[in-house]
Design a protein around this ligand. Structure first.
Ligand code: GRF
Length: 208
C-alpha cells in the first residue's frame, strides 16, 4: 500500500477536540478504524454520534460497543431525500457536531446537508479519484483492467465524488482478483488512510 499523505500526522490540531459526527449505512469498518484511532490517541477528535440510515446495520452495533451514541434515521420513513438530510443535520447540530465524516454512507447529499456543513464533510471512495466515480467503483476498476487502484478521501461537494482530494492510498490489482478480493485490499488501505486524512483535513481547516 502506498499512502499519498504525510505519514507522521499526530498533531494537536486545536486546543480542544473537534466534534466529528460519523454517517454510516452498513458494516462500519471505517467507522471502527476511526474510532480506534481516537481511542488510542492517534486522532485528537471526539465522536459524539454515529448516524445510520439502515436498521440492523452492523455500524450501530460497533457504535454501541464503543459507547458512542448511535442514531438511527431510516431514510424510508422520510418523504424526500432533503427531509431525511434535514433530520440528519438536526441530529448532528443537537450534538454540536462540527465536522461530518461519511464512512460508507450510501446516500447522495442534498443541499440541506451540504449547506449546513459546507467544506466540512469528508467522504471515502474506493478508487483513485477522479477514476471510477459513483457506484461499483471496484467493479469499474476491474473492468477497466487497471493495475493499480486504491481509495480517496475528499471533501464532499454537490458533484458526486468530485470534491477536493485530501489524501489517497494506492494498492495493486493482482492477477485473479475479483471484486471481493480487491475490495478487501482497498478496505485495509482505507482503515489506515481515513484516520490520517481526517487529521489532515482538520489541520488544514484550522490553519485557513
Ligand atoms: C468503503 O469501501 C468505502 O470506500 C465506501 O463504502 C465502503 C464502506 O465500508 N464508500 P465500511 O462500511 O466502512 O466497512
Amino acid at each position: 500500500m502506498i499512502l499519498y499523505s504525510p505519514s507522521d500526522i499526530e498533531p494537536p490540531i486545536a486546543d480542544r477536540r473537534v466534534r466529528v459526527g460519523v454517517l454510516a449505512s452498513g458494516s462500519g469498518s471505517n467507522f471502527e478504524a476511526i474510532a480506534e484511532a481516537v481511542a488510542i490517541g492517534r486522532l485528537p477528535v471526539e465522536i459524539p454520534v454515529l448516524v445510520c440510515n439502515n436498521p440492523g446495520a452492523f455500524a450501530l452495533e460497533r457504535a454501541a460497543s464503543r459507547n458512542i451514541e448511535g442514531v438511527l434515521l431510516d431514510h424510508r420513513a422520510f418523504g424526500s431525500r432533503r427531509a431525511h438530510d434535514e433530520a440528519v443535520v438536526r441530529a448532528l447540530r443537537e450534538r454540536d457536531v462540527e465536522w461530518v465524516v461519511m464512512a460508507g454512507w450510501m446516500r447522495i447529499a442534498t443541499d440541506a446537508l451540504l449547506d449546513a456543513y459546507a467544506g466540512r464533510i469528508l467522504n471515502i471512495h474506493p478508487s483513485l479519484l477522479p477514476a471510477f466515480r459513483g457506484l461499483h467503483a471496484v467493479e469499474q476498476a476491474l473492468e477497466a483492467g487497471v493495475k493499480i487502484s486504491g481509495c480517496t478521501v475528499h471533501i464532499v461537494t454537490a458533484s458526486l465524488d468530485d470534491g477536493p482530494i485530501i489524501a489517497q492510498a494506492a494498492v495493486p490489482v493482482l492477477e485473479g482478483d475479483d471484486a471481493a478480493t480487491l475490495h478487501a485490499r482497498i478496505h485495509e488501505a482505507e482503515h489506515v488512510l481515513y484516520p490520517r486524512a481526517i487529521g489532515l483535513a482538520l489541520m488544514r481547516k484550522t490553519r485557513d
